[in-house]
Structures are given as structure tokens and as C-alpha cells.
Design a protein around this ligand. Structure first.
Ligand SMILES: [Zn+2]
Length: 287
């Protein structure tokens, strides 16, 4: 069960449900799996759970004291547990801990994001303009999701090299990357500290909640990255929670070319293969 498999499974389910919900109605999903929704005041920290009756009917209960976005996410997360037949492992992992969540829970979160922001509808709604926090905010409202959920989706489905980085207490907590960045193995390691020279670092050091944008070097963000390229960083810092988020993006033609070795230096082209000319060259070989 890897991420791709979970996403394909979710997309298959979304495609089968007659009208995938866009503006907040998750009923078609619940009906498709014979489930009923119940909203109840649960204990703080408990988002929801599912009970399956002997007749096969599922009762999905969500915590009515949590935000609507959170409840919607929980509903989709519970649907994932039902469809993927994965047992729950809902002991709370505090946000400041780096304890890994159970793989079943990660899989259900991935599945939930596909249900909340179905990719075909998503791509229809994403404007062709340059990335901005405003675009992501509008998408979050349109799809009834939280800002971080929309931002992750935005970065991962972007046709540009694009990443969304969440930082807590000065360290990278999570980064989602577009296909083009994944393809070139652009790594933003979890737990690494906010890089010097980044907009995020500058905002956090000011210790007030603020937003800013600027052009920074690509190689401060990505591990083993070729020097010289620049990217746009749009960042926001929330001082009360000591959380910082950054949206990173640049144009496809600013992707570094050439292969890097594991120390991030360019592999000397003279040592590499000769460019293909179309001429067969075995007769040049001297033995
Ligand atoms: Zn769960």
C-alpha cells in the first residue's frame, strides 16, 4: 500500500460517485458507502470515529466542536478507513512531537485529500496565474478545506516546479512538492531548520505574525542543489503557534540542468557520455 495506490483507489471511488461534492456537500460519498453522519460533542483532540452495525450500515461520528473544515476532513478520513478496510489508530500525536503517525492514518489522510479536492475539479478551478497565497485561500474556500490542505494540494498538482513547506518551532515539519520537483529529486528534508536567507527565516525572527514575498536562491531550500538558480518564496508566519508556511515556485526553464553528484556538485561533462550526434562511432575506437 503506497501513496500512489491510495490515490488511485480514492480517484476510482470519486469517479464512481455521481456528483463529486465541490461546495461542501459530502452526502454523495456517504451514501455511496451506506454511511450516516452524526455530529456530536466529543472530547477535545478526538476528531471522530466510525461504528459499523451488523446490517452493514456505518455510523460516522465527528466532533461538532471542531471547525467545519476539520469535520469535513474527518468525514473523508473515516470514509477512507471504511473503504480501505484499515483499522483506526487514533491515539493523539501532539503537533510538537516528531513521532511518526501510523501508516494507516497517513494513508487515510491522503485518501481524504483526494475526496475533498478531487483532482479533475481541482485542476478546473486552479487559475493559470502565477501562484499566490490569495489563489490558495480562494481554493480553500471553494473546496471547504483548511488553508494548509489546499496549499499542499496546490503544490503537489502544480504544473510548475512548486513546493509548500510547513515549519513549526523553526524546523521543517512537512513539504509537498509538484511532480516536476519530485522527478528531479528536489529534497526538503523534514526536521531541517528553516534555511538562512529564506523569507520564512526573516519572518520568524521578527516574532510577529506577518506575510512577505521575495526572490531567494533555490539551493538554500533544496538539498544537494545546483547553485545559481532563484525561486519565489511567499511566506507567512503565525507567531502564536510558532508556525511558518512557505510557497516556493519558479519557472520550468529555471530548473537546473545537468546531473549532480551526491555532494551537489555538477558531474563533469567531459567525464560523462558524449552528446549523441547520430553518427555511429565504433569505427573511431582504437584497440
Ligand atoms: Zn484514522
Amino acid at each position: 500500500m503506497d501513496e500512489l495506490w491510495v490515490r488511485q483507489k480514492a480517484r476510482g471511488f470519486v469517479a464512481k460517485v455521481a456528483l463529486p461534492p465541490v461546495f461542501g456537500d459530502l452526502t454523495p460519498y456517504l451514501e455511496a458507502i451506506n454511511a450516516k453522519l452524526r455530529q456530536e460533542e466529543l472530547e477535545q483532540g478526538e476528531s471522530g470515529y466510525t461504528i459499523t452495525k451488523p446490517n452493514g450500515r456505518h455510523i460516522v461520528t465527528v466532533n461538532s466542536t471542531e471547525t467545519l473544515e476539520r469535520q469535513r476532513f474527518t468525514i473523508c478520513h473515516e470514509i477512507a478507513h471504511i473503504l480501505l478496510e484499515l483499522p483506526s489508530s487514533h491515539e493523539e500525536v501532539p503537533s510538537w512531537s516528531y513521532a511518526k503517525r501510523h501508516p494507516n492514518e497517513v494513508a487515510c489522510d491522503t485518501f481524504a485529500s483526494e475526496l475533498l479536492m478531487p483532482y479533475k475539479l481541482w485542476l478546473d478551478k486552479v487559475p493559470p496565474d502565477d501562484p499566490s497565497m490569495e489563489i490558495i485561500e480562494n481554493l480553500a474556500v471553494t473546496f471547504g478545506t483548511s488553508f494548509p490542505a489546499a496549499a499542499s494540494r496546490y503544490a503537489s498538482l502544480s504544473h510548475r516546479p512548486c513546493a509548500f513547506v510547513t515549519m513549526e518551532r523553526g524546523a521543517v515539519r512537512y513539504a509537498s512538492r509538484s511532480t516536476s520537483l519530485r522527478n528531479v529529486n528536489a529534497q526538503i528534508p523534514a526536521r531541517s531548520i528553516i534555511p538562512a536567507g529564506s523569507v520564512a527565516k526573516r519572518l520568524r525572527e521578527a516574532v510577529v505574525s506577518a506575510a512577505a514575498a521575495g526572490e531567494v536562491a533555490q539551493d538554500i531550500w533544496f538539498d544537494n542543489w545546483k547553485k545559481g538558480g532563484v525561486l519565489w518564496e511567499i511566506s507567512r508566519h503565525f507567531s502564536s503557534r510558532d508556525t511558518t508556511v512557505s510557497l516556493l515556485w519558479f519557472d520550468e526553464d529555471e530548473l537546473p540542468d545537468g546531473e549532480l553528484d551526491r555532494f551537489g556538485t555538477s558531474i563533469d561533462e567531459e567525464d560523462g557520455l558524449e552528446e549523441l550526434t547520430g553518427h555511429l562511432s565504433w569505427n573511431k575506437q582504437k584497440r
